[in-house]
Write a protein that binds this ligand. Structure first.
Ligand SMILES: Nc1ncnc2c1ncn2[C@@H]1O[C@H](COP(=O)(O)OP(=O)(O)OP(=O)(O)O)[C@@H](O)[C@H]1O
Ligand SMILES: [Mg+2]
Length: 262
C-alpha cells in the first residue's frame, strides 16, 4: 500500500488535524489507513486523547531495531501490535511528546516504514513542521518523503505562510516527488490563485471549522461526518488516491539520496 507524508513549512499550520481528518474519510476502497505520528517536534495525539505513549512509534521502532521488518505477509500484524484506537475507530501509532525521545524512532521509521507499507493499510504520516536543518542535510523526514514519492504540504492560504512554503519548495522539489498542497483554514487567497502563482498542485482546501477540528483533535463529540471539514477532505483524499494509483501503476526509479539535496 502507500505512505502519505504530510508536512508544514511553519508550525500550527494544521498538519495533525489534516492527517487525522484525511484518515477519517480515506476512500473505503483503499482500506482503513493507519495514522503515524512522525513529527520531529514530538507528538500531540496521545496528550490530546489521554492515551499512553506506548504502544506507539517508540515500541514499534524498538521492535524494528531488534528484529527488523517482518515478512510482507506479516508486517500488518507487526504494525498493528503497536497501534492504539481513537474514538471513531481510527488506528494510530502515537509519538512521545519529547523531540529528544522522538529522534531515534524517527530515524528507524524513515528506513523501515516503506517496507512496512507492504501491509494492507496505507499510512497517513504526520511529519510535522520541516526543520531548518533539512535545508542542509537529509533529515529523517526528507528521506522518508523521498521514499514515499509524494508529499502533502499543509499551508494556511495567507501571505506569510505561503512565503514560508515558497522558501521550502526548491528543497521539496529536489526530492523528485509529487508535491501536493492542501490549504487549511482562512486566508485571502483561493486555491486557483495559489496554484497558478506558485506553480503548485493544490488538492483541496480544508475550511476553518473549529467545532469539527476540535472533535478530530480529541474533544468529545460524535464524528463530524457532515461537517464542512469532512466534506472538503473527501475530494482531497480522492486527489491523493489518484496520484497514488498513478505512481503505483508506473513506478519511477528513486533519485539517489546523495543527489537529492544540494
Ligand atoms: N481546519 C481547521 N479549522 C479550525 N481549526 C483548526 C483547523 N485545523 C487546525 N485547527 C486548529 O488549529 C490548531 C493547530 O492545529 P494542528 O495541531 O493540527 O496544527 P499542527 O500544524 O499540527 O501544529 P504543530 O506545529 O503544533 O504540530 C488546533 O487547535 C486545531 O484545532
Ligand atoms: Mg502537529
Amino acid at each position: 500500500m502507500a505512505i502519505v507524508p504530510l508536512v508544514a513549512a511553519k508550525g500550527s499550520a494544521g498538519v495533525t488535524t489534516a492527517a487525522l481528518t484525511l484518515a477519517a474519510v480515506w476512500p473505503e476502497g483503499r482500506g482503513a489507513p493507519v495514522v503515524v505520528e512522525c513529527d520531529p517536534g514530538g507528538g500531540d495525539v496521545a496528550a490530546r486523547f489521554g492515551l499512553e505513549v506506548i504502544p506507539g512509534v517508540v515500541s514499534l521502532a524498538a521492535e524494528l531495531e531488534r528484529s527488523g521488518p517482518a515478512d510482507p505477509a506479516d508486517c500488518g500484524n507487526q504494525v498493528g501490535g503497536h497501534t492504539q484506537e481513537l474514538p471513531g475507530g481510527l488506528r494510530i501509532l502515537v509519538a512521545p511528546t519529547s523531540p529528544e525521545e522522538m529522534r531515534l524512532p524517527l530515524e528507524r521509521l524513515a528506513e523501515d516504514l516503506p517496507r512496512l507499507a507492504q501491509a494492507k493499510a496505507d499510512f497517513m504520516v504526520d511529519c510535522g513542521r520541516l526543520e531548518a536543518s533539512a535545508m542542509r542535510q537529509h533529515t529523517a523526514v526528507l528521506r522518508l518523503i523521498q521514499r514515499c514519492g509524494l508529499v502533502v504540504v499543509v499551508v494556511r492560504p495567507e501571505l506569510a505562510a505561503l512565503q514560508h512554503l515558497n522558501v521550502w519548495l526548491p528543497t521539496l522539489r529536489s526530492l523528485d516527488v509529487d508535491v501536493l498542497a492542501l490549504l487549511s483554514g482562512r486566508g485571502p487567497y483561493s486555491p486557483e490563485e495559489i496554484g497558478d502563482t506558485m506553480d503548485l498542485r493544490v488538492i483541496g482546501a480544508l475550511p476553518h471549522d473549529p467545532a469539527a477540528a476540535d472533535v478530530v483533535c480529541g474533544a468529545s463529540g460524535s464524528r463530524p461526518d457532515r461537517s464542512a471539514l469532512f466534506r472538503a477532505a473527501r475530494p482531497a483524499c480522492a486527489a491523493i488516491a489518484a496520484v497514488l494509483a498513478r505512481s503505483q501503476s508506473a513506478p519511477v526509479a528513486p533519485t539517489p539520496l546523495e543527489e537529492a539535496v544540494p
